[in-house]
Design a protein around this ligand. Structure first.
Ligand SMILES: [Zn+2]
Length: 176
């Protein structure tokens, strides 16, 4: 006789490790069961469908997802299922996250490096804070030069998209 399976969602919660110390702020909850090839946790739901652990967490915490929606991480830790680190995105934003975080995900497995310790960092923490302070969006139709994203990019010798990511907090999240 087969033992009855643990009731849902207990079966889900059993696989979540809430030990502090993981991720950029030490508050990531790591998925301890199987992950897909991209490093996202996965589990069979009550219907026997294999689904992403982040999607299940979203639905347990917030609301039902529709098929086109994806769940992205603010903490850039793919194995994380802490609902406060998740946000709804599209396939496009998630793909962009995955590209950007490819390296960081690898790093996490061994040792967390963040901010200026990261080998790809071109800026210091002080510069990142400075960029966030001096940024001034150009008013509509303005003729005068303000500290726009374009000017900041030139001044710090980095691309405008990196400036935008800094301002949005997509990168250097640990300094916000
Ligand atoms: Zn997290």
């Amino acid at each position: 006789m087969r033992l009855p399976r643990k009731p849902w969602p207990q079966r889900f919660w059993d696989k979540v490790d809430k030990t502090p110390g993981y991720g950029p702020h030490g508050h990531c909850w790591l998925w301890t069961a199987s992950c897909d090839t991209d490093g996202y946790g996965q589990i069979r739901d009550t219907d026997g469908r294999l689904r992403k652990a982040t999607h299940i967490m979203w639905e347990l915490t917030y609301e039902q997802l529709c098929a086109a929606e994806e769940i992205c991480h603010t903490c850039h830790t793919r194995a994380c299922v802490n609902p406060s680190h998740l946000y709804e995105g599209t396939h496009k934003t998630n793909a962009a996250d995955m590209m950007r975080d490819g390296t960081r995900y690898q790093v996490l497995r061994h040792q967390m490096l963040r901010g200026e310790q990261h080998p790809r960092a071109k800026l210091t923490e002080a510069q990142v804070q400075e960029i966030r302070q001096i940024y001034t969006p150009a008013p509509r139709g303005a003729r005068h030069a303000t500290m726009s994203q374009r000017i900041l990019a030139k001044r710090y010798g980095i691309s405008r998209s990196v400036i935008a990511q800094i301002l949005r907090g997509d990168i250097w999240h640990n300094l916000l």
